[in-house]
Design a protein around this ligand. Structure first.
Ligand code: GLU
Length: 444
């Protein structure tokens, strides 16, 4: 049974970077018929906010990335407490009293001596008397005592990994104010929740090394780990600088289709091409972690526009209908209207503009030079009802009468009727035009 989790900290909005993590874990679980957990890593009471948790849920729901169960770290503090006690009892969690300033000073000295800034374990050399003296002054923070050996795993993306534990500082698991840190909480959760696969960003590789030892120290077996590369902007710059423009809420506001985002992120950085896919099951079925590489991945948000358009062009009416109804596009005209306009849409919201033109007409856009032609044409336009042949018959007669052809024949009519220079095929759109027409001149 595959169990994966997406474990955001509810300290901000979802953006394309952390969504990639969500999508990979979701796809792994769905492809395997397993379980996908949403776990809110909210042990930091100052930065975690219920409204961010709510926004994360809303974004995932909008994308269609359904989770099977939700877990909340703040509701599991007793579990972390118990794990911490067990680690203290086995001598793997030890108290330290250094202040941040003291640690900083030591790191600077290490650097000037050309040594890596790894915690020197001074706290382990304190005598009982020294400890008692420090304990009387302030509360300790607690570090996990790494066992100094190579920590190895076969990473689902990076391949064989081997990290020398001696090159890593013993991680702080509990702060002096008692707050349990993510490194411990996540290890406890992953083992107690039976998580089998963890996919997360390459910035977590060092955490993984520590967490493998923590999980083993707690008597469990670590999950499989995979670390995806980080996304950069199109010029290779850190994506985080552009986060404002890339929050899912912003993309949604721009009319980007959720399927466009998923189609792009499920393939970008893999050996497989990006293809527009509307079907979540297909996205999951086509997902293959082993096709992804270790190199940073360039993401150009501009790619989402054309993907959105292609997805809309392929969306059958039955799938679009509920969203069209929400835009007020319903009734017997809705299906032929969708068929007429979908191939021209850049965003779904544009459908509402065309619906308004169909229902209510548009301010005509007529060049001075075309005014006579347009007036003549309107006088030749048969009375409603119009059918699929009306446009062809009408423009055919106008061609014969005026000698105009091509763009000169059609464009003034499109502009007079819709107020636009581009848009849906007029043969299909004209019969759906229910609104008032531009005034007809005295021709004939
Ligand atoms: N809350 C952590 C983060 O957002 C989770 C990392 C993980 O997947 O373990 O970075």
């Amino acid at each position: 049974m595959t169990i994966t989790r997406f474990a955001p900290s509810p300290t901000g909005l979802l953006h394309l970077g952390n969504l990639r993590t969500a999508l990979f874990n979701w796809a792994l679980a769905r492809k395997a018929g397993g379980t996908f957990l949403l776990r809110l890593d909210d042990t930091d009471p100052e930065r975690s906010r219920p409204e961010f948790a709510e926004a994360i849920r809303a974004d995932l729901a909008w994308l269609g990335l359904a989770w099977d169960r939700e877990e909340t770290q703040s509701a599991r503090l007793d579990r972390y407490e118990a794990a911490a006690e067990a680690l203290k009892a086995s001598g793997r969690l030890y108290p330290c009293w250094e202040t941040p300033e003291e640690l900083d000073r030591r790191r600077k000295i290490q650097r000037t001596q050309g040594r890596p800034p790894v915690y020197d374990r001074a706290a382990l050399r304190l005598t009982e008397a020294e400890k008692a003296e420090l304990a009387a002054q302030r509360a300790p923070h607690w570090r996990f005592k790494l066992s100094h050996e190579r920590i190895e795993w076969v990473d689902g993306i990076l391949g064989e990994q081997s990290i020398d534990a001696a090159s890593v500082s013993d991680p702080v698991l509990i702060r002096a104010d008692g707050q349990v840190l993510y490194t411990l909480a996540s290890a406890v959760d992953d083992s107690e929740m039976g998580v089998t696969d963890v996919v997360r960003g390459a910035d977590h590789v060092t955490n993984t090394a520590a967490q493998i030892q923590i999980i083993r120290a707690l008597g469990a077996e670590p999950p499989r780990f995979a670390h995806h590369s980080l996304l950069t902007g199109p010029g290779g710059e850190a994506l985080s600088k552009r986060l404002g423009a890339l929050s899912l809420q912003d993309l949604r506001g721009q009319g980007i289709e959720p399927a466009a985002i998923l189609s792009l992120l499920s393939r970008l950085g893999s050996a497989d091409p990006v293809e527009p896919r509307r079907d979540l099951a297909e996205i999951a079925a086509g997902f293959d972690l082993s096709r992804f590489g270790a190199a940073p991945v360039k993401l150009d948000p501009a790619d989402l526009g054309p993907l959105t358009a292609r997805i809309l062009h392929e969306t059958p009416f039955a799938d679009a209908a509920p969203r069209l109804a929400a835009l007020g596009i319903e009734g017997p005209d809705a299906a032929p209207f969708w068929a007429a306009v979908q191939g021209n849409l850049g965003t779904l919201a544009e459908a509402a503009e065309w619906w308004d033109i169909a229902q209510n007409g548009a301010a005509p856009d007529v060049d001075h030079d075309d005014a006579d032609y347009v007036a003549l044409a309107l006088s030749r336009l048969p009375d409603r009802p119009w059918g699929p042949e009306t446009w062809k018959d009408w423009t055919g007669a106008l061609k014969a009468e005026t000698g105009r052809k091509g763009k000169a024949l059609f464009m003034p009519l499109r502009r007079a009727l819709t107020g636009r220079r581009a848009g849906p095929d007029m043969a299909a759109f004209l019969p759906l035009m229910r609104g008032p027409l531009p005034p007809r001149g005295p021709h004939g």
